[in-house]
Write a protein that binds this ligand. Structure first.
Ligand code: 4UW
Length: 538
């Protein structure tokens, strides 16, 4: 019956046969499945300090971490925050927390104390692990919850080091009964289709489903010969699942990079003979256009996979022309709420500019923006996805969950696109509020709330302005209070002082008399974007 209904509704089923999704494993058990075979081979190495760990060490040390945490009273279901750049210790802590029965919430290391505190409060984090440079921020943010459980990778006076934890004898790893379909493993944050960042509850099963689906049919082509440059942040779903976890699962060698730097990136590609890298559009642009690329031997690089923001056909062609040994420029399209990937380009016959095909085990429909009716090939509409990777829900936010996942289980992505006759998908626009700066999420609602907290600002709206390198730049429309002498510089300085650098108003500030709103009070962002186009013409 369900199938008949789906046929009528123009629901697309993946063209690929369903894969079996293990139902009785934890995410750690899934990721570590072949670690004993990989043994003493190097699993991850920091490209600057050269600190490295083998697969065996990751397994042993993450158990020690779990045992040490349990001795400290950390319990099943407790939330542990990772406020870390991409260090080789990241997976040890991550899988240590999971083996102690905990839940990982991962925060952007660029966050200000306030941004971090908001996440820690919402997630009710019991512990936090950070690096010496960020320890004060971590401590202040934890203090807002009345807690002081701060651990550090490295040494800082007055703080406990993670290395102490790793000296544990490993005797107290709890016997866990994980219910993979119910128990949340990670809570990354995302603003989804509207409003402020929210905790996205992904269960062990959600992640295992995504991992299993990605491995089918060579969608994810990593194996034991892969050298993967892992600079995409592990705190974000893309880096966390597609690189850190699936890289380790497949026995790849991960070269971790703490901070992205153009020259360093090219040096590392050459020196480590990197074969694969997951990237975002500015990095593809760099490979296609930067003169320094010619100074390096990138002949081992056979595949790059773009995600998190749109990549055009032209730039994909350009990079392939410049790097003739790069045989594949691939894409994945996903969303934190989808654990996180729903479409990937197939191993062969991918169409440049397309985000690929629906992964196995998933259903997808493209619905008319006005009528909600499912559309056939070639028609743009909102992309909706259903299947085992749809998040459990937003943490403590049933309203937002209900707005995003309907009663039939369909998740609305807020992205606009279409599929062609061969079922290759193309993303063309977004109807949700989200702005993406170099793949980073910038939730307009957050910046708007900050702007209206300024004593001279009456009202504000933030939109994304298209930008060749970054994708979009956040820009603000501001209504000044009567007689306020606020300048663009004042507004920018105020924002800069209060947000992580990637949220800065790089797109500028426009003063206007009134923010256009619908009768229900919603900001009419489309109208503001049109106004921007008009401004650009004049
Ligand atoms: N083209 C156009 C794309 C694309 C895109 C995303 O921060 P989030 O919530 O999540 C992500 C996750 C991306 C991702 C994860 C795992 C993976 O394997 C993969 O590809 C290899 C990609 O970005 O933001 C979600 C929003 O980001 C936009 C889109 O608007 C989506 O709803 N987005 N990927 N290829 N736009």
């Amino acid at each position: 019956k369900e199938e008949d209904k789906e046929d009528e509704e123009k629901v697309l089923k993946s063209k690929y046969a369903d894969v079996e999704i293990p139902e009785n494993l934890s995410w750690t058990e899934f990721v570590f499945q072949h670690f004993d075979e990989y043994g003493d081979r190097m699993a991850i190495e920091d490209c600057v300090t050269k600190r490295s760990y083998s697969f065996r060490e990751i397994k042993v040390l993450s158990r020690k971490c779990a045992s040490g945490l349990s001795k400290k009273g950390f319990q099943k279901g407790d939330v542990f925050a990772l406020f870390l750049p991409n260090l080789p210790e990241f997976p040890i802590a991550f899988f240590g927390v999971l083996q102690a029965g905990g839940v990982v919430t991962s925060a952007n290391p660029l966050f200000t104390t306030e941004e971090l505190a908001k996440q820690l409060k919402q997630a009710d984090a019991k512990w936090i692990l950070t690096v010496p440079q960020l320890v004060h921020r971590a401590k202040e943010a934890m203090q807002e919850l009345g807690r002081d459980n701060v651990l550090v990778v490295g040494e800082v006076d007055g703080y406990e080091s993670m290395s102490e934890l790793l000296k544990d004898d490993g005797s107290s790893v709890p016997e866990l009964s994980i219910n993979p379909k119910e128990d949340t493993a990670v809570i990354p944050f995302s603003s989804g289709t509207t409003g402020h960042p929210k905790g996205v509850m992904l269960t062990h099963y959600n992640l295992i489903a995504c991992g299993s689906m990605m491995r089918a049919q060579g969608f994810l082509s990593f194996d034991e010969t892969t050298v993967l440059l892992a600079f995409l942040p592990f705190f974000h779903s893309f880096g966390m699942v597609a690189n850190m976890s699936m890289g380790l699962h497949t026995g790849s060698f991960l070269v971790s990079m703490l901070r992205f730097d153009k020259e360093k990136f090219l040096q590392v590609l050459e020196k480590y003979e990197v074969t694969h890298s997951s990237v975002v559009p500015p990095v593809v642009l760099l490979l296609a256009k930067h003169p320094a690329v010619d100074n390096y031997d990138l002949s081992n690089l056979t595949e790059i996979t773009n995600g998190a923001a749109p990549l055009g056909e032209e730039i994909s062609k350009e990079v392939m022309k410049r790097l003739p040994l790069l045989s594949r420029v691939r894409q994945g399209y996903g969303m934190t709420e989808l654990s996180p990937v729903c479409h990937m380009t197939p191993f062969e016959n991918n169409k440049l500019g397309s985000v690929g095909m629906l992964l196995p085990n998933l259903r997808c429909k493209v619905i008319d923006l006005e009528t909600g009716e499912a559309l056939g090939p070639g028609h743009d509409g909102e992309i909706c996805v259903k299947g085992p990777t749809v998040m459990k829900g937003y943490l403590n936010n049933p309203e937002a969950t209900a707005q995003t996942i309907d009663s039939d289980g369909w998740l609305r992505t807020g992205d606009v696109g279409h599929y062609d006759e061969d079922e290759h998908f193309f993303i063309v626009d977004r109807v949700k509020e989200l702005i993406k700066y170099k793949g980073y999420q910038v939730p307009p609602a957050e910046l708007e709330a900050l702007l209206v907290s300024h004593p001279d600002i009456q009202d504000a709206a933030v939109v994304g302005v298209p930008d060749v390198e970054a994708g979009e730049l956040p820009m603000a429309f501001v209504v000044r209070k009567p007689n306020a002498a606020l300048t663009e510089r004042d507004v920018k300085t105020f924002v800069d002082e209060n947000v992580a650098p990637y949220k800065k108003l790089r797109g500028g500030v426009e003063f206007i008399d009134e923010i256009p709103r619908s009768l229900s009070g919603k900001i009419l962002r489309r109208e503001l974007k049109d106004r921007l186009k008009d401004l650009a013409k004049t």
